[in-house]
Design a protein around this ligand. Structure first.
Ligand code: ADP
Ligand code: MG
Length: 601
């Protein structure tokens, strides 16, 4: 029977939530920009200079924020792109290599150069972890100033070069301020669009739950190239503006301190926020001015400020402004799944053939974690996988989902699945949950669930950047689907709560909702009942059973024998990476070896 409550879910939620979420973030931005726009009333050109500088820094930091605050990459040497942009614009405008170009054309060329070098600077992030990547970006910063110093014929070497002159009406202090403010407003708008789009969610997923990101089909290399292209381009534009503001640039202008300033602005602003880092940039631009007598101490000041922030408010300014998540949650809440909604969610799921594992062998060093495993997971059935700790259950899931490439054997759907390519599994309709939930704690529950819909997304990065109609449409239907999935697992009331405020048992259901977003043909569950109360396990069982009734093949790794015997159609018992027994729950329950090796204990 069609569920009559459906249409309301689709229409009510987004419009209602929209304003409550948007207002607190948009209002401060509007106030800040209005304040800046009204500055000429003071007739104080000193303030024009400071504000222009803050706006220019923000153009760079806004892009860097996606790299540092969203993707979580420690790019501390981003001044290299400012240097590149400053010199490219200045040299092209001065006509040192080609005939002089108009300033805005030179800026556009700098943006392209910045995009390319943004990728060059950023790509080590795919191989280098945290600290090493940070060092690599610093290396580029040094290279950029050294090139500027050595390439005298073009850059003027240590003597420097004039910055580009702005055409009227941008050639006055106030005109230039307005230009920089307009660009600052533009990047604020664009990065806010990215942040709340599927790309922003993919970035924080890669940052905080990278295996979950891959399992949902998010390709980190592609995503990073896109982000580095964008942030490199805006950093170089900031460089061009910076050169114009300075009127004359030498390699000394591009210091390590400046690079630190950009990075710290994001940190004190808080990860995963646009407003926070903007305020951070403003503070760090003004700070040296009001502390002018302490100029020699500026590095020290930054360091002290950073320490205070890290120790006193680890979430940065953004956490201070996060009023929404202060409200205490109801303490006696229960998870009440609604399996009847699954029909609508899983509409076109279900494969026509089983997924088969044949002769899988996987060794870690000398240990045979899986030792010649055959398994058939049939559509529309719940297949239990049980066995003592260390028997290879999680490893089996990891082989199916592509995290491990087995030394022998293959996983087939219709054709053999690519070995060791986890980001390809989502397209095949294989979804999974994790033994330890992989959730982005700092994102809301609904955002976490929407990460599961990544491969459904049609819109390109540029469409997201500019919030074009097709993108907005896609986001709306994704959100409606995510709310429906949350309703199905019984968590819709917590949709807008930050995920790290949930209980462990609730996170397990969030993971199931995220997995449902794929409309999975096969669903792999790794100990979903661990840490759940008895009544919750019972409801979980009904939910899983109903998922399989919709045609999805479920592989259930579990320790709770009751759950396994209640809902499974077939059970495989593993021991030391080998199949000890395979059969119906009734057969397994009385299997002698199983009882002595596992159940009897
Ligand atoms: P479980 O059945 O409890 O889920 P696992 O699949 O996690 O067991 O582990 C199976 C065996 O493989 C264990 O002996 C474990 O120590 C080993 N193992 C699993 N992952 C790794 C790894 N990444 N490196 C080395 N050994 C591993
Ligand atoms: Mg395990």
């Amino acid at each position: 029977m069609p569920d009559t409550s459906q249409p309301t879910i689709h229409s009510e939620a987004p419009a209602d939530i929209g304003w409550r979420v948007v207002l607190p973030t948009v209002l401060p931005l509007v106030a800040l920009f209005t304040f800046a726009v009204l500055l000429p009333l003071t007739d104080n050109e000193y303030w024009a200079l400071i504000t222009t500088r803050a706006a220019i820094y923000w153009v760079l930091v806004a892009g860097l924020n996606l790299v540092v605050g969203y993707a979580g990459q420690l790019a501390i040497g981003y001044v290299s792109l400012l240097t590149l942009g400053a010199y490219t614009t200045s040299v092209l405008a001065a006509g040192n290599v080609l005939p002089p170009l108009p300033t805005f054309v030179a800026l556009a060329v700098a943006a392209v150069a910045g995009a390319v070098f943004g990728v060059v600077v950023g790509l080590p992030a795919l191989r280098l972890r945290t600290f090493y990547f940070a060092m690599a970006t610093l290396g580029f910063a040094t290279i950029a100033t050294q090139v500027a110093l050595a390439w005298e014929g073009v850059t003027g070497g240590g003597i420097g070069i004039s910055g580009p002159e702005m055409p009227a009406p941008f050639n006055t202090a106030w005109g230039f301020l307005y230009l920089c403010l307009a660009l600052a407003a533009l990047v604020t708008w664009a990065t806010s669009n990215v942040a709340k789009s599927r790309f922003g969610r993919a970035l924080i997923a890669v940052r905080d739950a990278d295996v979950a990101a891959e399992a949902n089909g998010i390709s980190k290399p592609k995503l990073f190239v896109t982000i580095f292209l964008f942030s490199g381009a805006v950093a170089a534009v900031a460089g061009g503006l910076f050169a114009s503001l300075q009127t004359y640039i030498t390699p000394d202008a591009f210091t390590f301190e400046l690079s630190l300033l950009f990075f710290i602005a994001v940190l004190i602003g808080g990860r995963g926020s646009i407003l926070g880092p903007l305020i951070g940039t403003i503070i760090l631009t003004i700070l040296p001015e009001i502390a002018a007598p302490l100029a020699a101490w500026s590095t020290f000041l930054y360091a002290a400020l950073l320490l205070i922030i890290v120790l006193a408010m680890p979430g940065g300014i953004a956490a201070l402004l996060d009023f929404k998540n202060r409200k205490p949650l109801q303490s006696d809440r229960a998870i009440k799944p609604r399996p009847t909604l699954l029909g609508e969610i899983l509409k076109r799921s279900g494969a026509d053939r089983p997924m088969t594992l044949k002769g899988i062998v996987l060794t870690f060093g000398g240990v045979r974690a899986i030792d010649g495993l055959d398994l058939n997971i049939r559509p529309g059935q719940v297949h239990g996988l049980i066995g003592p700790n260390g028997s290879g259950k999680t490893t089996t899931l990891n082989v199916i989902s592509g995290y491990y490439a087995p030394q022998e054997g293959e996983v087939r759907l219709n054709s053999p699945l690519a070995r060791g390519a986890p980001e390809t599994r989502a397209e095949h309709g294989i979804a999974r949950t994790f033994q330890t939930p992989r959730i982005v704690g700092e994102a809301s529950v609904i955002d976490n669930v929407m990460i599961g819909g990544w491969i459904e997304g049609q819109s390109s990065f540029v469409e997201a950047l500019m919030s074009l109609p097709r993108h907005r449409q896609g986001e709306r239907s994704l959100e409606a689907a995510a709310r429906l999935a949350l309703r199905a697992v019984g968590l819709e009331e917590l949709a807008d709560v930050r995920a790290d405020r949930l209980q462990h048992s609730e996170l397990r259901f969030v993971e199931i909702a995220r997995a449902l977003m794929l409309k999975p043909a096969f669903l792999l569950l790794d100990e979903p009942a661990a840490g759940l109360a008895t009544d919750e396990i019972e409801r979980l069982g009904q939910l899983i059973k109903e998922i399989s009734r919709q045609g999805t093949g479920v592989l259930l790794v579990e320790h709770h024998a009751d759950l396994i015997f209640d809902i499974c159609d077939e059970v495989t018992v593993l021991n030391l990476g080998r199949v000890l027994a395979n059969g119906t729950p009734a057969e397994i329950r009385v299997h002698k070896e199983v009882i002595s090796a596992y159940l009897g204990a």
